[in-house]
Design a protein around this ligand. Structure first.
Ligand SMILES: *Cc1c(COP(=O)(O)O)cnc(C)c1O
Length: 344
């Protein structure tokens, strides 16, 4: 393999600032699941910390623990996939903020905290319609009762109330927000007066002020990944952070073979649909055959030349994704960790 994923940390910082300014006074939680959307966890969280980000959304406990060890005790690290007693214990041990969306996990987290002699910081999750994870509205009162009880025993501290929405249509999001408001009101009626509220991710947080509440959980936009079918990066004031280059490693019958292929995470369905950018500014079609990536109709091809597959000057990750009815995030996270990341 002979490919490089360039990560433009200055662009990342500009995106962060654009997001932070847009959503203020809500606070930005940078979502760093899937190795920071394939950008590399440690360099990304380090730069974000220097840029003033104080909340990190880790998804799983392992990632949360890594962020904690990288950034120290002052970072707020939110993990919302906690499975079983061992993970609950690890989350408590690393002082993570834990997202809890079912009664069994609530018990596990509380038990882990009591064993450790600690108080777990818990954000209760209501299901507002995605049906993925989260407590159904009809079960919310009993769930809240139990959380309040565990809080009285000093096992947990109910610090937040959250949900996740589709961000596909405004109508669906509005309905989800109404369910969310009901859940928040109920929690307050049970004595949790000022829970941190967080509901939305990139798209809704950017476009719709009433979705911002106290904290917004932003991944895609910080990495400069625009929504498929949505406004372009420039209109959003964002810059793609990642640029993927690959070298020509062989030439056969006028067809150039690149040092990256579908085994490295390029969706094979991109073949015949996406163009690449050559050093002389041509934009031939990408071909993927078996696992190999080929570029034809490029007369000046030579071994060692670099072709840009996405990023600065070339198509964006979302441009590629749109040709295969996917989303930019998928292009970003599928790329093999073996592709060298270089930071500049
Ligand atoms: C991935 C994720 C986000 C971030 O979504 P983006 O659209 O990338 O901003 C926010 N919240 C949850 C629960 C997520 O899983």
């Amino acid at each position: 393999m002979s490919a490089t994923l360039w990560i433009d940390l200055a662009a990342f910082e500009r995106n962060l600032r654009a997001v932070q300014e847009r959503v203020a006074p809500a606070e930005t939680m940078l979502v760093v699941k899937d190795d920071a959307y394939g950008h590399g966890l440690v360099p990304i969280v380090s730069r974000a910390w220097l840029s003033g980000v104080r909340w990190f959304g880790a998804f799983d406990v392992e990632t949360g623990v890594q962020v904690r060890s990288e950034l120290g005790q002052d970072a707020r690290v939110f993990a919302w996939m906690v499975f079983g007693a061992a993970q609950a214990a690890a989350a408590v041990d690393a002082a993570l903020d834990v997202g809890v969306g079912d009664a069994a996990t609530l018990e596990e987290v509380a038990a882990a905290a009591q064993r450790a002699g600690a108080v777990a910081r818990v954000h209760l999750k209501v299901d507002t319609g995605l049906h993925r994870n989260g407590v159904r509205p009809e079960e919310w009162p009993a769930f809240v009762d139990r959380a309040v009880e565990l809080e009285a025993r000093r096992a947990i501290d109910v610090v937040g109330v959250w949900s996740h929405i589709a961000e596909a249509t405004d109508d669906e999001d509005d309905a989800a927000r109404a369910r969310y408001e009901d859940a928040v009101a109920h929690l307050r009626s049970r004595g949790v007066a000022r829970p941190l509220r967080h509901l939305s991710a990139s798209a809704a947080a950017f476009a719709r002020p009433e979705f911002r509440y106290d904290v917004v959980r932003i991944g895609a936009f910080c990495y400069g990944i625009r929504p498929a079918g949505g406004p372009d990066e420039r209109r959003l004031g964002l810059t793609p952070v990642a640029t993927l280059d690959a070298d020509v490693v062989a030439l056969e019958d006028g067809v150039a073979r690149l040092g990256i292929g579908s085994c490295d995470g390029l969706p094979s369905t991109l073949g015949g649909r996406a163009t690449v950018l050559t050093p002389d500014g041509e934009r031939p079609l990408l071909g993927i055959e078996d696992t190999e990536t080929l570029v034809g109709s490029w007369p000046s091809a030579a071994i060692g030349q670099r072709v840009r597959i996405f990023g600065a000057g070339a198509w964006s990750q979302t441009d590629l994704a749109e040709t295969i009815d996917s989303i930019g995030e998928e292009i970003a996270v599928r790329l093999s960790p073996l592709v060298v990341r270089r930071y500049r």
